[in-house]
Design a protein. Structure first.
Lengths: 210, 182
């Protein structure tokens, strides 16, 4: 059969058409949601990509505004709390099992290997009061993070761990009805989210820190 | 750089000047996931590299030149993310020699076999794609996404001539595999 065989060319054309129909697949809803939460935030670098000249002018104006007390610089902590609550809602609303469902920390931690560019420094294996249910991937400040999921009676608690070189003070915040405790240690950020009481959440914080 | 078949959302985003760069970038999630899903065996791996693509894009967006081809840039990042993941998982990216391509041109296509292609089952196409070496699969899938050969060369960081020859080899192998599976 020659190179210019019209049937062969027609076969190529039909295969190319089938491929074009087949190549696009809708991404899972949760992936859309995670990306939108991570990248459509008002303070995302996507929105602040501006020319150097404009950046300089805006920077000078912003610095002047801060100096005279007109505006305050945005707190990354607010983004962390917002992302923590958003990801916690995703975990408790999910119709599917956790990405790694296990009560054994020695199954959960290795699952993150290759999925994260850091090893989450979590050593609390769970106990009778806080049962480990498993883990999920999350996104914090535009980077992948680990979510460890614990159970306290009927309540779910998400413990997020993310690489964060910036030291941050410990904070306790309530957002959308959820309590959030956030802190940083050793180049990592931590955020605990749940609808349990403050005392219970602080108990888990103590176990994670010990 | 002219794109031959842009997804509707991206076109809409570009026409609407008020849409942010992030919104324009997120209009390509389905396309990126579609490609990733054909490169990775597990859906979770495909989701991971799409997440990683946007995380890296976020880090590099300040260096993106005004008027740059955002879509091609995202696909290039996705390719890098996939290569990193493949190395971690020890997936072979090189194109091995085999006899499938050598049989190209000797297969006979009559009206009946062309009809079978017109009603090709997705599962058959999926199997044929899966048998392609990863590098060839990547190139032929970019072509199916509507990228020009020049754009594919930019995304895959290779010469346009290499794209042309790899596309030809990929098409040969797909045609032979689909014919022989009948």
């Amino acid at each position: 059969m020659s190179e210019l065989d019209p049937n062969r060319s027609e076969a190529d054309r039909l295969i190319a058409a089938a491929l074009a129909d087949h190549v696009r697949r809708p991404a899972p809803r949760r992936l859309h949601d995670q990306l939108a939460r991570a990248h459509l935030a008002q303070r995302s670098p996507w929105r602040t990509r501006i020319s150097l000249a404009a950046a300089f002018a805006l920077g000078a104006a912003a610095a002047a505004a801060v100096a005279v007390g007109v505006v305050r610089p945005p707190a990354a902590d607010a983004v962390i709390v917002d992302e923590a609550v958003g990801d916690h809602l995703r975990i408790i609303d999910a119709q599917h099992p956790l990405e790694v469902a296990s009560s054994d920390l020695h199954n959960v931690k290795p699952w993150f290997t290759g999925r994260l560019d850091f090893a989450p420094p979590v050593s609390f294996v769970g106990d009778d009061e806080f049962r480990l249910r498993g883990g999920e991937l999350a996104v914090f400040l535009g980077h992948k993070a680990a979510a460890f999921v614990y159970q306290r009676r009927l309540h779910t608690i998400s413990a997020f761990v993310f690489a964060d070189a910036e030291p941050r003070p410990r904070t306790e915040t309530t957002e959308r009805g959820f309590h959030v405790i956030a802190w940083s240690a050793g180049g990592f950020g931590f955020a605990l989210v749940s609808d349990i009481g403050w005392d219970d959440l602080r108990l888990l914080e103590a176990r994670l820190r010990s | 750089m002219v794109l031959s078949r842009k997804p509707r959302l991206a076109v809409v985003a570009e026409r609407a000047g008020e849409l942010s760069l992030a919104e324009q970038a997120l209009a390509h999630v389905d396309e990126l996931y579609g490609l990733a899903r054909h490169l990775c065996q597990a859906p979770s791996d495909a989701e991971d590299i799409v997440q990683e693509t946007y995380a890296r894009a976020l880090g590099g967006v300040a260096r993106l030149a005004p008027g740059a081809n955002l879509r091609a840039w995202l696909f290039r990042i996705l390719r890098n993310c996939f290569i990193d993941q493949a190395r971690r998982k020890k997936i072979v990216l090189e194109i091995p020699d085999d006899t499938v391509g050598e049989r190209a041109g000797s297969e006979a296509w009559d009206a009946a076999s062309l009809d079978q292609l017109r009603y090709l089952a997705a599962a058959d196409l999926e199997r044929a794609l899966a048998e392609l070496p990863v590098e060839l699969r990547f190139i032929v899938l970019l072509d199916a996404q509507g990228f020009s050969e020049a754009e594919i060369a930019e995304i895959a960081r290779c010469a346009p001539g290499t794209v042309k020859s790899r596309l030809s080899r990929a098409r040969d192998r797909l045609r032979v595999t689909l014919k022989e599976s009948r």
